[in-house]
Design a protein around this ligand. Structure first.
Ligand code: GDP
Ligand code: IMO
Ligand code: MG
Length: 441
C-alpha cells in the first residue's frame, strides 16, 4: 500500500517531520511534484536536516525517488547528496528520466518576471528557484528532461532550440544582459557532466516501473508532497501559487503509479495548528494591525522563517474553510496536526470557522482569490492551553495533552470528519503524539 503525505494549507505545515515519523515503515519515499522550492525539516535527537529536493526519507536511509512530476536542479541535488554524505549518511536517490530539469536561465527568468509582476501586485513571492519557468517549458514542450542529460546528442538539440528563445526573451523583452546562463556551449558541458554523474551513480530510473516493481516485490511506498493545497496551481489561490499540483491526485500522475494504487492507500493531510505564509496574496485570518504583537509572538515561538529563503512568514489563525477545501480536494483519510506547542500559553486561540461573503455565510473557499480576499472570517474562540512538556506528553499519549488542546484537536477532526493520526508538539521525532500509523490501517 502507499501513504501519501500532503500539505493542507500554504506549505511548511511540517510535512518533512511527518514523512520522517511514519517513513520508518516505508521502503521507498518518492516526491511527485515541485523542486528545490521545498524546504522540509527533519529533527532527530537534536540533529536537524533541511532538505529541498532529496526526499525526507533519506534521513532514515530509505530509497528516495524524484518522480516525473518533479523539476530537478541537478546542482541542488548533488549538493544535498554530498552534504548528507558528509554527515555520515548514505543517501540512495533515484531520479525519473521523465522529470524536467531546471536550468540556470529558468532561475534568471523567475527573478526577472517576479520583479516585473510586482508592479501590478501579481508577484507570488517565489523562492526564485526557477520553478515556474521550468514548468512553463514542460507545458510548452520545450523542456529538457533528466533522460536528455544522458544523451549528449539529444541534450544539444534541446538546448539549441530552447536557449536562443530564452536569450531573446531576456534581452529583447526584459532588456537584460545575458551571460553564461544563456550560452548553449557552456550549458551543454555543465549539464552533460551532471548527466554522466547521474548515470555513473545509477540514479536514473523509469519512475513508474521502478515504483511498481518495488510494490510487486512487497515493498511499501510513501509519497511525499511538497508545498500545500492552497499553493496548488489548480486548487490554490491562483496566481499566488506554485506551478505544480501538491494535491494527492498528482501523486499518481507525478510518479507513474496508477490512481487506483494511490487511492487504495492512505492520504494524510498535514495541518499546522495556525496559518503561516511566506509569499504574497490575501489571507483572511491573518494577524495584522492590533494583532501584530501576537503574530510576532507566534512567529518567534514557531520559528516562522522560510526554510529556503529565511523570509519572516506571515501568520494567521487556523482557517477551517481552507481545510474543508483541502480535505475534499485530497480525500484525506487521516490528519497530522502540528505545532500545538506553539500556541500553548495563549489565553485564547481563535479559528476562522466560516466566512461572511456578501451577507452569506460560507464554509469553503471561493474559487477566485479576489473573492477569497473579500471574505471576512467568522471566528470561534477556544480557551488557550497551558505550556506542557512535549516529550513527556508524547511518551504518555493523547490523554496527557492539556484538555483545551484536545478540545481544539477534536473540533478540527470533527469539522473535517477525519481522525488525527499524529499530533505535533515539537519539531523532533520524539515530540509527536502518535495515535495511529497509516501503514497499519
Ligand atoms: P514542511 O515544508 O512542511 O516540511 O515544513 P518546514 O520544515 O518548512 O517547516 C516546519 C517547521 O516547523 C520546521 O522547522 C519543523 O522542524 C518545525 N515543526 C514541525 N512540526 C512541529 C511541531 O509540532 N511543533 C514545532 N514547534 N515545530 C514543528
Ligand atoms: P514546502 O514544501 C511554503 C510559495 C512561494 C510563493 C509561491 C510560488 O517547504 O512546504 P515558487 O518558488 O514555487 O514558484 O513560489 O509558493 N512556496 C512555498 N511556501 N512552503 C513551500 O514549500 C513553498 N514552495 C513554494 O513562497 O508564494
Ligand atoms: Mg517547508
Amino acid at each position: 500500500m502507499t501513504v501519501t503525505i500532503v500539505g493542507s494549507q500554504l506549505g511548511d505545515e511540517g510535512k518533512g517531520g511527518v514523512v520522517d515519523l511514519f517513513g520508518d515503515a516505508a521502503d521507498v519515499i518518492a516526491r511527485y511534484q515541485g523542486g528545490d522550492n521545498a524546504g522540509h525539516t527533519v529533527v532527530v535527537g537534536g540533529d536537524e536536516y533541511k532538505l529541498s529536493l532529496v526526499p525526507s526519507g533519506a534521513v532514515r536511509g530509505k530509497t528516495g525517488v524524484l518522480g516525473n512530476g518533479c523539476v530537478v536542479n541537478p546542482e541542488t541535488l548533488f549538493e544535498e547528496i554530498d552534504a548528507l554524505r558528509e554527515r555520515g549518511l548514505d543517501p540512495d536517490v533515484r531520479v525519473a528520466r521523465r522529470a524536467h530539469v531546471i536550468l540556470p536561465y529558468h532561475r534568471v527568468l523567475d527573478g526577472i518576471e517576479e520583479d516585473v509582476k510586482s508592479d501590478a501586485d501579481l508577484d507570488a513571492g517565489t523562492t526564485g528557484r526557477g520553478i515556474g519557468p521550468t514548468y512553463e517549458d514542460k507545458a510548452g514542450r520545450r523542456g529538457v528532461r533528466v533522460g536528455d542529460l544522458l544523451d549528449p546528442e539529444v541534450l544539444r538539440e534541446r538546448l539549441e532550440y530552447a536557449v536562443p528563445q530564452k536569450r531573446a526573451l531576456y534581452e529583447d523583452v526584459y532588456g537584460g544582459d545575458a551571460g553564461e546562463e544563456f550560452d548553449v556551449d557552456a550549458l551543454f558541458e555543465q549539464y552533460r557532466a551532471y548527466g554522466e554523474r547521474i548515470r555513473n551513480e545509477g540514479m536514473d530510473v523509469n519512475a513508474g516501473d521502478y515504483l511498481a516493481d518495488r510494490i510487486d516485490d512487497g515493498d511499501t511506498v510513501m509519497l511525499e508532497g511538497a508545498q500545500g493545497t492552497s499553493l496548488d496551481i489548480d486548487h490554490g489561490v491562483y496566481p499566488y501559487v506554485t506551478s505544480s499540483n501538491p494535491t494527492a491526485g498528482y501523486a499518481a500522475t507525478g510518479t507513474g503509479l496508477g490512481p487506483t494504487t494511490v487511492g487504495q492507500g492512505e492520504v494524510v493531510g498535514v495541518v499546522k495548528a495556525y496559518l503561516s505564509r511566506v509569499g504574497t496574496g490575501p489571507l483572511p485570518t491573518e494577524l495584522t494591525g492590533d494583532d501584530e504583537d501576537l503574530a510576532e509572538y507566534i512567529r518567534e515561538e514557531g520559528g516562522e522563517y522560510g526554510t529556503v529563503t529565511g523570509r519572516p512568514r506571515r501568520v494567521g489563525w487556523l482557517d477551517l474553510p481552507m481545510l474543508r477545501h483541502a480535505a475534499r480536494a485530497n480525500g484525506f483519510t487521516g490528519l497530522a496536526i502540528n505545532h500545538l506547542d506553539v500556541l500553548a500559553g495563549l489565553d485564547e486561540v481563535k479559528v476562522g470557522h466560516a466566512y461572511e461573503l456578501d451577507g452569506d455565510t460560507i464554509y469553503s473557499m471561493p474559487a477566485t482569490t479576489e473573492r477569497w480576499g473579500d471574505c471576512e472570517p467568522v471566528f470561534r474562540t477556544f480557551d488557550g492551553w497551558p505550556e506542557f512538556d512535549p516529550e513527556a506528553v508524547a511518551a504518555e499519549g493523547y490523554e496527557a495533552l492539556p484538555e483545551q488542546a484536545r478540545e481544539y484537536v477534536e473540533y478540527v477532526e470533527s469539522e473535517l470528519d477525519t481522525a488525527a493520526y499524529a499530533l505535533g508538539v515539537g519539531p523532533g521525532r520524539e515530540e509527536t503524539v502518535v495515535q495511529q500509523n497509516p501503514f497499519e490501517q
